[in-house]
Every structure is written in structure tokens, then in C-alpha cells.
Design a protein around this ligand. Structure first.
Ligand code: HEM
Length: 397
């Protein structure tokens, strides 16, 4: 294979992740320099160990300096994102994350199981026959769950979903439409700010909004504007990722009918299947950092200011960590995939995402003894979002 591959080009990902190219690069150039059109390129970090090294050194590899996507953001856009956990470095990150982490622990999320099941049941009871699974089914649940967590009234959930969907997948003309991502994010933030302002005048409730408004972050209460940023980040972080886990998950199971049969006869296999879906079809290809000092990775010199991309899609198939990494295996154990990141910025919503994955597949398989794909699956054109934009399915009870 040629030594120079353009792994930035979003077009390359339309037919599926480029696993052969990554496998080749892991052998030959695991710290790979990639040019970008119109701005400096980046180092693609392709092995599991090196992705972990970058994630574990948040001061050397900063999220705050240049954000987490490959394309450099304008100073105004970076400023807007300053209050998002994802874009903070320690010590500020730690001060904000610690009080929040309490509310996202496995035990706290576990208490939501009945509610998540209720929402899932309501959704699945309302569909039958031919559906466009990504939009009509998988895309509905995440904003309902997060909306419920924050105590957002149900009539506003569709708005939340719409704003969240229009802020992602900017590289796919089909999905961008006429929307301006910054304007959509701003609408969601304004909604959240007004929601927080109203809530401060009311009695506290048993939801995340009241808990956050009563909490202390870096020694002080969160302002309404900070709440707006935080809300926006949580909704966008958990929306497309969860939708992808559910839709790519079904797609993978339909492609592996013997494993689907095993899941149907033994639902105890579902949590393991969810992990393997996450490894095999990680919803995000990468997140970026910026080096704050000269350093090296695997002997390759990295200069201060260089972009460094932790390529989860490659790390999740690293032969040094996974046996037969290109094989989908719902019984894989252990399964140390990096689809939720690692260390300082490890996904805050991990327990919620796993809960949604498990409950969704339990309810889906129980309700529909026959599930068939009835048309071609189409993938998002993106080097960041590793997901489907359509999956035609026939659901039979
Ligand atoms: C399958 C679903 C999900 C996937 C694959 C996913 C993936 C990720 C990844 C890779 C990171 C690490 C970012 C980094 O290192 O820069 C992250 C962080 C984060 N995720 Fe998730 N996520 C999912 C669901 C959710 C949900 C449901 C929520 C909340 C409701 C959420 C909230 C967050 C937040 C707040 C962060 C930032 C944490 C921090 O910077 O400390 N995620 N997620």
C-alpha cells in the first residue's frame, strides 16, 4: 500500500471506515502525519497504547488550546466553548467535573432504568412495519432521556433533538441542509439559560437542573450562562453518539445473524454485545488535542502547537490489544475499547449510554421476533461521526 494516504478526506469514509488502511499504518507509521486543506495538518495517533498516552497527559496534550476537532475554530467559537467540560484543561476541568461526576455515577444512572425502559417501550410500541430506523427509532430516544434527566418538559424534547442534530455532521451536505450550526447551538443555549432562570424562581425538583443550580463549581455556583453551555454540551455529546450506537448496533447484529440469534435466546449477552458494538462501530472516529510543549510519541518528534488526533477507530482494532480485532464477537472479554475515551475526559455519560444500549436492545428484540433490513444502509459523510444516516428496516411483531 502507498506510504501516503489521505485519511482526512471525509469522502473516504462514505463507504465504511478505512480499516485496512489503518491496519497498514499501525504497522508502518503508527504516528502518521496528515496534511489538511487550507490549514496545518495533524498527527494521527493510531495505536491503543499511544491514544492512551495522549489521553492520560491532558496538560501536555490540551483540549482547551485548540478544541477537540481537527479544523481550527475561530477565537469567538473557542470562547463560546470555554464552559464545556470537553474543552477544559485541568485544574479548571477537575473543579467542574468532580461535582458533576457524582450525578453520573453508575448507581445514580441505574436508578433511571425504569424511566429509560418506559420511554423505550413508548417509542417501540409506536412503530411497526417499514421504518427508517436511524431517524424514526434510534434518533428519538437520546434527547428524551437527556431532556428527562434535566426536567425539560416533554413538548420541548423534539426541539432539543433538532438543535442537537443540526450541530453535528457538518461535513455531510445531506445533513447540514440550510442550517447554521453556531445559530442552532446558540438557540439551544438560550433555551437552557431561560430554563435555568425560570427554575431559580421555583421550588427545587429531583432532577439534574436543580442539582446543578444548587452545586458549587470551582468554589462558586454555576451562572445561567455556564449552565447554558453545560446543557448544550451534554445534549450534543449524548445525542448522535447514542443514536449511532443503537442504529449501527442493529445493523451489525443483522449482519451477524448467528450472534443475533444467540442474543435473542440469552438476553444476558446484551451488555457484552453493547460493548462490542461500541468497539466495532465506535460512534466517534477521533478527538483532537494540541501539544503544549515539544515532545515525542513512539520516537516521532511532536512540536508545541501541533494537532494530535486520538484515532479511536484504529485503536479499537489494535492487534496488540484485541485478538482477531476485525471480527465482531459479542462474547469478547475483556473488551478495553476506547470509544468513550480515557482518563481526564472519560465520557461522563458512559453509564447512561450503556443503560440506554442495554434497555433498547432488550426491548427491541423482545417486541419484534423478526427484524429485516429492506434497503441499503447509507453512511454519514464524515471523518468524525462514524455512523449511519439511514437504515431501512422492516419490524414484524
Ligand atoms: C454511545 C454513546 C457515547 C459515546 C460513544 C461517547 C463518547 C465520548 C468520548 C469519546 C468522550 C471523551 C472526549 C475526550 O476525550 O475528549 C466523551 C466525553 C463526554 N461525554 Fe460522551 N459519549 C456517549 C454518550 C454520552 C452521553 C449519553 C452523555 C450525557 C448525557 C455524554 C456526555 C459526555 C460529556 C459531558 C463528556 C465530556 C467529559 C469531560 O470532558 O470530562 N456522552 N464521550
Amino acid at each position: 500500500m502507498s506510504a501516503v494516504m489521505d485519511i482526512y478526506d471525509p469522502e473516504l469514509y462514505v463507504d465504511g471506515p478505512i480499516h485496512e488502511i489503518f491496519a497498514d499504518l499501525r504497522r508502518t507509521q503508527p504516528v502518521y502525519w496528515q496534511d489538511m486543506p487550507g490549514e496545518p495538518g495533524y498527527w494521527a495517533i493510531l495505536t491503543h497504547a499511544d491514544v492512551a498516552h495522549v489521553a492520560r497527559n491532558p496538560l501536555l496534550f490540551s483540549a482547551e488550546t485548540g478544541g477537540v476537532v481537527l479544523e481550527n475554530q475561530s477565537p469567538e467559537r473557542l470562547e463560546m466553548q470555554r464552559n464545556m467540560l470537553l474543552m477544559m484543561d485541568p485544574p479548571r476541568h477537575t473543579e467542574y467535573r468532580k461535582p458533576l461526576a457524582e450525578h453520573f455515577k453508575a448507581r445514580v444512572m441505574g436508578e433511571l432504568e425504569d424511566r429509560v425502559r418506559e420511554l423505550t417501550a413508548l417509542l417501540l410500541d409506536g412503530v411497526d412495519g417499514e421504518v427508517e430506523f436511524v431517524h424514526d427509532v434510534a434518533g428519538v430516544l437520546p434527547s428524551q432521556v437527556v431532556g428527562g434527566l434535566f426536567g425539560i418538559p416533554a413538548q420541548d424534547w423534539p426541539n432539543i433533538r433538532q438543535w442537537a442534530e443540526q450541530t453535528t455532521s457538518q461535513q455531510d451536505p445531506d445533513l447540514v441542509g440550510d442550517f447554521d450550526a453556531t445559530a442552532e447551538i446558540t438557540k439551544m443555549a438560550i433555551y437552557a439559560i431561560q430554563f435555568a432562570m425560570r427554575r431559580r424562581t421555583e421550588e427545587p425538583r429531583a432532577d439534574l437542573t436543580s442539582l446543578i443550580l444548587a452545586g458549587e463549581f470551582g468554589g462558586k455556583a454555576m451562572s445561567d450562562i455556564e449552565f447554558g453551555s453545560f446543557f448544550t454540551q451534554l445534549v450534543t455529546a449524548g445525542n448522535d453518539t447514542t443514536k449511532t450506537m443503537l442504529s449501527s448496533g442493529l445493523h451489525l447484529l443483522l449482519d451477524h445473524p448467528e450472534q443475533l440469534r444467540a442474543l435473542r435466546s440469552d438476553p444476558a449477552l446484551i451488555p457484552g454485545a453493547v460493548e462490542e458494538i461500541l468497539r466495532f462501530a465506535n460512534p466517534l472516529h477521533y478527538f483532537r488535542r494540541t501539544a503544549t510543549a515539544d515532545t515525542e510519541i513512539r520516537g516521532v518528534p511532536i512540536k508545541a502547537g501541533d494537532k494530535v488526533a486520538m484515532w479511536y477507530t484504529s485503536a479499537n482494532r489494535d492487534e496488540a490489544v484485541f485478538t482477531e480485532p476485525q471480527r465482531f464477537d459479542i462474547r469478547r472479554n475483556p473488551n478495553p475499547h476506547l470509544s468513550f475515551g480515557l482518563a481526564q475526559h472519560y465520557c461522563l455519560g458512559v453509564h447512561l449510554a450503556r443503560l440506554e444500549g442495554r434497555v433498547f436492545f432488550e426491548e427491541l428484540l423482545r417486541r419484534f421476533p423478526r427484524i429485516e433490513q429492506i434497503g441499503e444502509a447509507r453512511r454519514i459523510r464524515s471523518n468524525l461521526n462514524n455512523g449511519l444516516k439511514s437504515l431501512p428496516i422492516l419490524l414484524s411483531r
